[in-house]
Write a protein that binds this ligand. Structure first.
Ligand SMILES: N[C@@H](CCC(=O)N[C@@H](CS)C(=O)NCC(=O)O)C(=O)O
Length: 216
């Protein structure tokens, strides 16, 4: 049997993506938890960037969550997390890239912003992002409930950890998902209920306490 190991930290949204992919695939795997504030020597040897996640499959090591998830997809295609259609696969990668290069940037920039004016500008930008995801992403690509249709995909797994943490923006920056983003609201409900999300989640109160120093 192929041995699969996930090297992770329960606090990390990127590692959560890969943890969720392994659960969605129904794979047997072991989890090695790393204390990122006190990294053990074995971790420095196994992780080329000194970051989580790292996935090790039959001795092969892959890192970078979005790439690790594609690697898992390629190795274990039985439960597909990408569509067959080449255009839709391209769309999946476009939105995963959007998540990595725009959404996460804006999310953490707003969370860390101290001055009122900057908070306002970034709050507006996050609202634009949400409407962009709703109209040009979800609503343009499928009738849902997931990004690409009726099945969960790597796009959903790329975004979800940052929506599980959305209560941070509501609590510290008074930003909420607009009511007219109906697909996004439905998607959040669907995702929160998935076993892969439930098994890797923390409560909103846990995040709020943890980000007190950074966001207040
Ligand atoms: N782009 C990376 C980001 C991974 C990342 O930033 N992981 C953080 C924890 S959330 C980490 O391991 N930080 C440790 C460090 O930078 O020393 C990915 O998608 O996997």
């Amino acid at each position: 049997m192929t041995t699969i190991e996930l090297i992770t930290s329960h606090v990390c949204p990127f590692a959560q993506r890969t943890h969720m992919a392994l659960i969605e695939k129904g794979l047997d795997f072991t989890v090695r938890e790393v204390d990122l504030s006190n990294k053990p020597a074995w971790f420095e040897e196994v992780s080329p960037t000194s970051k989580v996640p790292v996935v090790k499959i039959a001795g092969e090591i892959v890192w970078e969550s979005a790439i690790a998830n594609e690697y898992i997809e390629d190795k274990f295609p039985d439960v597909p997390l990408l569509p067959d259609d080449p255009w839709l696969r391209a769309q999946a990668r476009i939105w995963i890239d959007y998540c990595n290069t725009r959404w996460i940037e804006d999310f953490y920039a707003l969370l860390g912003a101290k001055e009122a004016e900057r908070q306002k500008d970034l709050g507006d930008r996050v609202m634009q992002d949400l409407r962009h995801m709703e109209t040009k992403g979800m609503a343009a690509l499928s009738s849902g409930p997931f990004w690409l249709g009726s099945s969960v995909s790597l796009v959903d797994l790329a975004f979800w950890p940052f929506f599980e943490r959305f209560p941070l923006l509501s609590h510290y920056r008074q930003v909420t998902i607009p009511d007219d983003c109906k697909r996004l609201h439905r998607w959040c409900d669907e995702m929160a209920a998935r076993p892969s999300a439930r098994q890797t989640m923390h409560e909103a109160s846990w995040y709020i306490e943890r980000y007190k120093a950074r966001a207040a």
